[in-house]
Design a protein around this ligand. Structure first.
Ligand code: PLP
Length: 395
């Protein structure tokens, strides 16, 4: 028997964070003491009032299909929340509720990717961008995200990579895996430069928008009216409200693309789980203190992680300004990044992710998620120190 799976599946990738999680879980099952700094999800529980809202929704009989784009009160709440946070006006009829943040990038890349065109994406960056671009047959064009530039986008470098074949530019700030935040002045410059390329759509992945530190304000791309007719905003509940397993995300689409997104929903997931949508509504309209508490806790751990990493032999770590990742430079240790990540897991039980899992420009770095307790982080750093001072590097 031969099953003729279409060629594009030879090009689809995945997220190595899930493979690391599987390996860490396996080692744990064997009785090893594992500290997981690999996976990118908050280690907090979903706030209780959000959980209660989902239970109530089911009890109230919200168990059927909803509109494919999501229930109106939730789309209105998303628009109100964006207005409250950024003072921007968003039409609830351009908001779409998605089963997780990821699905927005899936749809956006499907809308623009085909052989012969180019899609630009950050490297190092969330691995699904490149995977999906390759799946569509489009040419992936990495935008280098450099430590020397504070892991921010460089407007000049980004604009210089645009060609007549460019259809979509993906930006992400605060960023995974670097924790980099692109300053407002650089975004201003990028948006001004994009005026020369009116046929390029922009997808802004702002899933870590509420996680910025040192008093830095998040700069949303929604604040630029001149690109609103070609901007896709990606956000969601996963990180902000510790809701990764609920699969709740949203996007704001330009009018021209909204119906295409709706049709993709109708052709795939029909609608997002009804009770989860009511949970999402409670999250946006209820008290925000748990969000602030969680961010304050991440901030405290960020300091521990950065200080600890900089004390390791031949390791240097730039201060991440957002998200919950540190991306230390390990190039002077003599280790190749993926070898080091793998050896740290197998030999010390500390799970991290090798930088190259986020793109070629990730070589020389590993990613540590500080979505783990301060105590565990301290233990992990101690184990890493012992390892790096006693084990010979492997290339
Ligand atoms: N975008 C970025 C930059 C991410 O890091 C993630 C998750 O790790 C997502 C999107 C996807 O989020 P979700 O779990 O809501 O699909």
């Amino acid at each position: 028997m031969t099953l003729h799976l279409v060629q594009s599946f030879n090009r689809i990738g995945e997220e190595n964070a899930f493979a690391v999680l599987a390996r860490a879980t396996e080692l744990q099952r064997q009785g090893k003491d594992i500290i997981n700094l690999g996976i990118g999800q908050p280690d907090f529980r979903t706030p209780e009032h959000i959980v209660e809202a989902a239970i109530k929704a089911l009890r109230d009989g919200h168990h059927g299909y909803t509109p494919a784009t999501g229930i109106l009160p939730l789309r209105e709440a998303v628009a109100a929340d964006l207005h409250k946070r950024f003072n921007v006006t968003v039409d609830p009829d351009l908001v779409m509720i998605m089963p997780g943040g990821k699905v927005t990038m899936f749809m956006a890349i499907l809308m623009f990717g085909e052989p012969g065109v180019e899609i630009m994406y950050p490297d190092p960056g969330f691995p699904i961008y490149r995977s999906m671009i390759e799946f569509t047959g489009a040419t992936p064009v990495p935008v280098p995200i450099r430590e020397a530039n504070g892991f921010a986008f460089s407007a000049d470098e980004t604009l210089a990579l645009i060609t007549p074949k460019t259809r979509l530019l993906i930006v992400n700030s605060p960023a995974n895996p670097t924790g980099g935040v692109t300053p407002k002045a650089e975004i201003d410059k990028l948006i001004a430069g994009l005026a020369k390329f009116p046929d390029v759509a922009i997808m802004s992945d702002e899933i870590y928008a509420q996680m910025t530190y040192d008093g830095l304000a998040h700069q949303t791309l929604l604040a630029y009216p001149e690109i609103r007719d070609r901007l896709i905003l990606l956000d969601g509940w996963s990180k902000t409200y510790a809701m990764t397993g609920w699969r709740m995300g949203y996007s704001v689409w330009p009018k021209m693309l909204y119906d295409a997104a709706r049709k993709l929903a109708v052709n795939s997931f029909s609608c997002v789980n009804a009770s989860a949508q009511y949970a999402g509504l409670a999250a946006l309209t209820g008290p925000q203190d748990e969000v602030h508490k969680m961010v304050a806790e991440f901030d405290a751990r960020r300091k521990i992680v950065v200080e600890g990493l900089n004390a390791l032999p031949n390791v240097s770590c730039a201060v991440p300004k957002g998200a919950f990742y540190a991306f230390p430079n390990i190039s002077k240790t003599g280790w190749k990044a993926k070898k080091l990540a793998s050896a740290l897991l197998e030999e010390t039980g500390v799970a991290t992710i090798g930088g190259p899992d986020f793109g070629v420009y990730g070589e020389g770095y590993i990613r540590l998620s500080y979505a783990n307790s301060a105590e565990n982080i301290r233990h992990a750093l101690k184990r890493m120190e012992e390892f790096l001072t006693t084990v010979n590097p492997q290339q």
